[in-house]
Design a protein around this ligand. Structure first.
Ligand SMILES: [Zn+2]
Length: 374
């Protein structure tokens, strides 16, 4: 009797696992690795600077990323293994810095930390100012580094700070983080300004003029639409997935995905388990991680609705507590390439979503800036 129940329990466990993801692990082939290496992998969002502040005392002596760092998703060897060519490093600071009046100061500290990283590992990283600059740096075998501001409170209600942050290397700004601002509404808070206020419009116009990409991750659907009405340059979603596959408000609804075609923007898929696994499963099991297949499902949905020219990768590594199997750290990107090839996508299409698309959006923002500065 005991034996029977053990067998029965094993059957239940294995069928539950199957229900979560019956698809087999991805195996990297030599051909897959070659396609990956030939691409320009440009990830939209990595929170290493915040992790360095939180657990590394903002010091690369404390956490030397030349060594393997098991507490991090990111270190130099794993970036190389993952074939990362360019990265937007997030200079995120929490929304409560807004109330404390320290948002800009703390953002500048995070920017200094990225500059310190580049100085400390000059054979690995180089600050990139333009899309052309990125290509030159990658040709030289280094990782092109740009920064992204996360949360519009970093400008402390001053349009002049946009240029100031641009001059320090920031090339996108997420309009909000988890809380709504006076001038832009967050996806995860009550609205305060019907999407985007008059000042919010001025922020977008100034970002267009300066050449800083507008990042619509974290904002409400209404704010997405209003921002798209105002901007003259392509936008990005630096780390958001598809709402049709998981109805979490951090994900992008289909009607916004469709607008990417005319805007020229790019939705860079977030890997966080909570956003990528199906909503019913995420609600039922708070620990379910999902797998790489779930992330590739989001990529394919965005291709279907927005088109192959409007999708990218925005991992959110070192910014999230839970990741799908086979996407545990920055070394795993080649498996995405492999799975896309397995599903019949062409090499050219894979290269577009690895980074070609966001490079094009960045060039678009640069061209608009040049016109508006005249
Ligand atoms: Zn975020």
């Amino acid at each position: 009797m005991k034996h029977v129940s053990v067998v029965f329990a094993v059957l239940i466990v294995s069928s539950t696992l199957k229900a979560q993801d019956s698809r087999t692990p991805v195996v990297l082939t030599e051909a897959g690795r070659k396609v990956h290496e030939a691409g320009f992998l440009f990830d939209g969002h990595n929170d290493l600077p915040w992790q360095m502040r939180e657990i590394g005392s903002s010091s690369f002596d404390v956490l030397d990323i030349r060594k393997h760092q098991p507490k991090l998703h990111t270190d130099i060897d794993r970036l190389r293994e993952g074939g990362v060519k360019a990265q937007f490093w997030s200079v995120y600071v929490p929304a409560d810095t807004n109330d404390a009046g320290t948002a800009l100061l703390q953002t500048m500290q995070q920017i200094d930390l990225v500059h310190a990283m580049i100085r400390r590992y000059p054979d690995v990283f180089e600050l990139a100012r333009t899309a052309d600059d990125l290509e030159r740096i990658v040709k030289a075998g280094k990782i092109g580094s740009m920064m992204g501001i996360e949360g519009g409170y970093s400008i402390e209600l001053s349009l002049a700070n946009i240029q100031r942050l641009y001059d320090r290397g920031c090339r996108y700004m997420t309009l909000t983080h988890s809380k709504s601002l006076k001038w832009a509404d967050s996806a995860t808070d009550d609205p305060r300004c019907n999407g985007l206020s008059e000042f919010g419009k001025e922020v977008i116009q100034e970002m267009n003029r300066v050449g800083m990409l507008i990042d619509l991750s974290h904002v409400s659907a209404k704010c997405m639409h209003r921002s798209l009405d105002v901007t003259r340059a392509p936008v990005i979603f630096s780390h958001s997935s598809a709402r049709a596959l998981n109805s979490h408000p951090r994900n992008v609804p289909d009607d916004v995905l469709k607008r990417m075609k005319t805007n020229g923007g790019v939705v860079m898929v977030n890997f966080y388990s909570r956003y990528v696994i199906p909503e019913e499963l995420a609600e039922k099991d708070q620990k379910a991680p999902g797998s790489i297949h779930d992330v590739v499902d989001h990529i394919e949905h965005i291709i279907k609705v927005a088109g192959i020219d409007h999708v990218g990768l925005g991992s959110d590594f070192d910014g999230v507590p839970r990741l799908p199997t086979q996407l545990e750290d920055v070394s795993t990107y080649p498996l995405i390439t492999q799975e896309l090839l397995n599903r019949g996508h062409s090499k050219g299409d894979v290269h577009k979503l690895m980074g070609g698309n966001v490079l094009r959006a960045l060039r678009g923002a640069e061209a608009v800036s040049q016109r508006l500065r005249k």
